[in-house]
Design a protein around this ligand. Structure first.
Ligand SMILES: [Fe+2]
Length: 369
């Protein structure tokens, strides 16, 4: 798979097998802050970062209050975008017009993860992401079994697999397929995959959204997003119905805490909420069919893979002055192999108001995985 290398955002065109195509640009929505709004955002992000970042009790409330203050200054277009994402209508929103990092020098090599987790600008970007999530009706959270229960995930090549080897990489036997490696990651939504909206069998639903910004991205390597509405339409009613059958299975995610979290049999790929909106869970390198799956599911699964391969990709080149929030139930994301090992993204998960997780802690919000 090849990706767009445009500086900001562009679509990759692929041949289509469907006749029903929407405007290629209908999936790109930018929310551009004015100077006053970006100042409010910056001040609150610094406040939360000084507190210790999104993990600290009280950070959530500060983020919520700041989002409320900014929302009060929104014009109609900005309000429409924020509501559009909050209600699940928009698959992604790109935030622009934010304050970057002044006089920043890109290091010679990516610092250690333990140092970056304490670095002020990483905390600031994570805190800003927490506020941005609130602006679009979501709340930052972490799973108990994933990412060591940390709300902030730093996405970088800490474990090898990138185009250029990292120190000691030759000693690593199997590079893990996770955001802590440099490997290419095929199209996926974020785990866990047991359910998408309400908790099932003691598992909280998958994240409703993820938000990403960049601490460093020297080569403008894009984050690739595949909005799924067109794919779902192309699959058709029968195919969609087959994808709601609980006849699929997935393997365990590498980012889970050692000894916790498992793969599972008998899950669906698609589900629908009470409003008829679809929610998807899928991972091109972890999902397969159960042995007893009916032919209809087998056909739909193949069709899903084909349509994903043919779909348009939105490529977003992240930098410290922008961010992208992705609906994790209506869009997939993926990436090419990391070329510059200093690329470092700052990611948070968010739950929408519809999500019904098993809450273990309210502040910070930690849920059962
Ligand atoms: Fe991911």
């Amino acid at each position: 798979m090849s990706y767009v290398n445009d500086m900001v955002v562009e679509f990759q065109n692929r041949p289509k097998c469907s006749t029903s195509q929407k405007s290629k640009h209908s999936n790109i929505t930018r929310l551009v802050f004015d100077e006053h709004q970006s100042d409010i955002l910056e001040i609150a992000a610094i406040d939360i970062a000084r507190l210790g970042g999104p993990q600290m009790p009280g950070a959530q409330l500060t983020a919520k209050c700041c989002a409320k203050e900014i929302t009060a200054t929104f014009n109609n277009e900005q309000l429409e975008i924020a509501r559009g994402f909050a209600t699940g209508r928009l698959p992604l929103v790109i935030f622009e017009g934010m304050i970057g990092i002044k006089d920043d020098t890109i290091p010679q090599a990516l610092p250690a993860l333990s140092d970056l987790e304490k670095e002020f600008d990483c905390l600031r970007l994570a805190s800003r992401n927490q506020i941005l999530l609130h602006l679009v009706g979501h709340q930052a959270f972490a799973y108990d079994i994933d990412n060591n229960g940390q709300i902030t995930r730093l996405v970088g090549n800490f474990k090898g697999g990138g185009e250029t080897k990292i120190e000691n990489e030759s000693e690593i036997e199997n590079v893990e397929l996770s955001s802590h490696s440099g490997l290419a990651l095929g199209a996926h939504t974020e785990a866990p995959y047991h359910c998408a909206i309400r908790a099932v069998d003691n598992h909280s639903p998958a994240p409703s959204a993820l938000i990403l910004s960049a601490r460093w991205n020297p080569l403008n390597e894009p984050t690739s997003i595949i909005p799924m509405i067109q794919v779902i339409e192309n699959i058709g009613k029968e195919g969609c119905l087959a994808l709601t059958l609980k006849v699929f299975k997935f393997s365990r995610s590498d980012s889970f805490v050692s000894g916790k979290g498992e793969g599972a049999d008998g899950v669906s790929i698609l589900e629908f909420d009470n409003n008829g909106n679809f929610a998807l869970r899928y991972n091109s390198y972890r999902f397969s069919l159960c042995e007893d799956a009916p032919v209809s599911a087998e056909i739909a699964f193949e069709l899903l893979k084909q349509e994903i391969a043919l779909s348009d990709i939105v490529g977003v080149s992240l930098q410290p002055n922008n961010a992208v929030v992705i609906n994790n139930t209506t869009a997939l994301h993926c990436r090419d192999v990391i070329k510059d090992n200093r690329r470092l993204l700052v990611r948070l998960f968010g739950y929408s108001e519809n999500a019904q997780p098993i809450v273990l802690s309210d502040d910070p919000l930690i849920v059962q995985g």
